[in-house]
Design a binder for this molecule. Structure first.
Ligand SMILES: [Zn+2]
Length: 242
């Protein structure tokens, strides 16, 4: 019965016309069980593995941002049980825990990296980033040093938007097209700068996308570390319809 409910919930986004039918998950810290309370910014690795296993068992698969954006631009439907799984803030566990688990379940992630932390203790190294890119994960930009973009009067856009993109492209040998707003904060003038810097799309947290700028205000689902796998799948199924 539980499986039937989960299955039906999975199909809801196809039936209900929502603002954004593609669930985009957002993770931050992946922790060692027992070292930190699970919450919106922390999930222990055992719980994370259970969540991924339920996704895979429920028939979910990941779509690349390139493929998703092509569909969204053309106004074509997103296939059922498709999602994007993203990770913010360049934590070392993204390479040591998240990427291998994703691969185990046939999934791929999008990793938003702030370049100020490159090769710093507890953060992603350049080698880890290159390896993840080679494994089919997508490396994307999260500014140089994670500023409050919206709140700062004068911003060095070259340093925060242009140079991180160039640096990550040099590390991965691949184009970097995507951006995540630090703290999920954005406004129209930041979107103008992102377009100037060559980004194709940008990811925020959980506000409704801005009409006319949907690709630069892609909404994400902050995954609660307390959620069981079925609770996550249920949240994904109704996401974008609210
Ligand atoms: Zn961040």
């Amino acid at each position: 019965m539980k499986h039937l409910i989960v299955f039906l919930l999975c199909w809801l986004p196809v039936i209900v016309t929502g603002q954004q039918q593609l669930p985009i998950l957002c993770y931050h810290n992946i922790t060692v069980p027992g070292t930190h309370k699970n919450d919106l910014l922390h999930v222990d690795r055992a719980q994370f593995e259970r969540q991924l296993r339920t996704l895979a068992d429920s028939g979910y698969h990941t779509i690349s941002p390139d493929a998703a954006i092509t569909l969204l631009k053309e106004g074509r439907p997103i296939p059922p049980r498709t999602c994007i799984i993203t990770f913010d803030d360049s934590h070392a566990e993204h390479a040591t825990v998240a990427a291998p688990l994703l691969q185990h379940f046939g999934l791929r992630g999008v990793f938003f990296v702030m370049t100020v932390t490159l090769n710093k203790p507890r953060y992603l190294s350049k080698d880890q980033i290159k390896t993840m890119a080679d494994q089919g994960h997508v490396i994307a930009s999260h500014t140089w040093d994670h500023p409050h973009l919206k709140l700062t009067g004068v911003m060095d856009w070259q340093k925060q938007l242009v140079e991180p993109r160039q640096q990550l492209e040099k590390i991965t040998g691949r184009p970097v097209w995507y951006f995540a707003y630090p703290f999920g904060e954005y406004n129209d003038s930041i979107i103008v700068e992102l377009k100037k810097a060559g980004y194709k799309a940008a990811f925020q947290l959980n506000r409704h996308p801005t009409p006319g700028n949907e690709l630069y205000t892609l909404r994400r689902l902050m995954v609660d570390g307390n959620w069981s796998g079925p609770r996550l799948v249920a949240a994904m199924a109704v996401y974008g319809t609210q």
